[in-house]
Design a protein around this ligand. Sequence first.
Ligand SMILES: Nc1ncnc2c1ncn2[C@@H]1O[C@H](COP(=O)(O)OP(=O)(O)OP(=O)(O)O)[C@@H](O)[C@H]1O
Length: 621
Amino acid sequence: LCGLIVADLKSDQQALLEFASSVPHAPRLNWKNDSSTICISWVGVTCNSNGTRVIGLHLPGMGLTGTIPENGIGKLDALRVLSLHSNGLNGKLPSNILSIPSLQFLYLQHNSFSGPIPSLVSRKLFALDISFNSFSGSIPPAFQNLRRLTWLYLQNNSISGAIPDFNLPSLKFLNLSYNNLNGSIPNSIKTFPYSSFVGNSLLCGPPLNHCSTISPSPSPSTDDYQPITPPTTQNQKGTNHKKSFGLATILALVIGVFAFLSLLVVVICVFCLKRKKNSKSSGILKGKASCAGKTEVSKSFGSGVQGAEKNKLFFFEGSSYSFDLEDLLKASAEVLGKGSYGTAYKAVLEEGTTVVVKRLKEVVVGKKEFEQQLEIVGRFGSHPNVMPLRAYYYSKDEKLLVYNYMPGGSLFFLLHGNRGAGRTPLDWDSRVKILLGAAKGIAFIHSEGGPKFTHGDIKSNNVLITQELDSCISDVGLPPLMNAPATMSRANGYRAPEVTDTRKITQKSDVYSFGVLLLEMLTGKTPLRYPGYEDVVDLPRWVRSVVREEWTAEVFDEELLRGQYVEEEMVQMLQIALACVAKGPENRPRMDEVVRMLEEIKHPELKNRISCESESNVHTP
Ligand SMILES: Nc1ncnc2c1ncn2[C@@H]1O[C@H](COP(=O)(O)OP(=O)(O)OP(=O)(O)O)[C@@H](O)[C@H]1O
């Protein structure tokens, strides 16, 4: 067995040296004819955990030129990642590279490869980027069998012919732009954006312009396909009859939709008014201090109680606490931290209950608005991933919020706290669980609070953790109550670019902040300046720049890479994060879509642990 293992590594070494001898390269490639050093010091080479096989080759931007020989890299049959992008490699791509049985990630973009794309492709392929080369010929039909393929970037080549009817269940990122493709875009991929197909003058069908009624042939004349033009121009190309029919239909549709929407708005308004009226008479808030029912307490709100009554602590329905304001003020308190909304205290009451009291500063809204907002926030407590607001107190000089105390602390602490010796690493599965919970919490407040309701301050400090590593989104609904400039600190790396004050916060800006949170979890870097964390980075910008260079290797938190992880899951998560931090709010997914995408990451099909056992299985036939 030992001999077999050595033979495997030796054959990997031979294959690498064969490759190196054929491509003139920069002197940085320090490979020597000594297999004992491959896994230790060979530039760009990654081995499996027991040092028996080469599983990664990363040589981007190394100044490599020339043609890859047939007997080189294709023989590395345990290879998972091959990254040779941004070099000067040319000629035909050896037919055995794409078919390396364990190959998952192939990055060859920005070279000068030419000739056809090899037709035998590894079924494990997860990401394929051969963009910005001179590949020609058609897309091999074998691509239709790539059930795990998630990224396919073929843009800026000279690929021609019709697009095969892909039925790729995992495909999420597709770019075929700027080639010579023709025919109609198959139904299975027409949901990809316009930018995925633009620059193929003979391609038609959604999301490009409609195909003409003449069915596309493999070599259509330009007249058969209409150029990409706005719908009005397209209509002008039809017959007169078609044109008037089209216009009439569109007009009828527009009027119909308008009428329907107006009706919907009226119904919603009536419903809201009714609800408001009901809530006034029944009240969601109840007075804990008295045993009064809901009606009595809401009356005390409505009529503006004077004197001592005014200073009551108001509990939300469902709260099991049994103390009053006086008890709270007598409790021993310890400062947890100072945030932009004020100071958070951990308060231990005489009867033993521990709560967190937030003392708000610079509340800019009046009592009524304050109560209205908190009434909405109080409703969210029913969701397991939203921190329930238990009670609040409002007077002219003091505004307090009472929450459960979460001994697990915040995600910020779990990610960045005590990075030195003795730290317990936060493993991949725990990170996914925490972020999925947080996403569900945010999606819930977006759907329950109505389209205008936002969190407004999503960050790792506001994701609190239970001992079972369930997450709770805290500080829900506070920004509209506070002084706008105070909450808009420049150092807030979670803030979407379009948000210049609290009035600009939208659900899509929450999605941006959540994307930064995902990046923070993936990279282990903090987007905020904290004492001891001066290395503040614009995470989206940094990740985008690294992704352009050499993403699988450098982006991820080293702590993650040392533990058990699933590379595909991490890369998928990275792509979701990048979609969330798209510069234009309209390009970001909705929060419920983010939840769905995160749930898909844990698809059993992708559960392929990188471990010693799986490594040793990689090259079994
Ligand atoms: N319910 C809670 N249980 C345990 N720790 C909490 C709780 N609420 C807040 N904390 C912790 O207390 C500290 C201060 O929180 P606070 O919300 O006041 O400020 P912040 O989240 O750091 O900033 P900001 O107010 O700008 O959101 C943070 O470390 C936070 O994680």
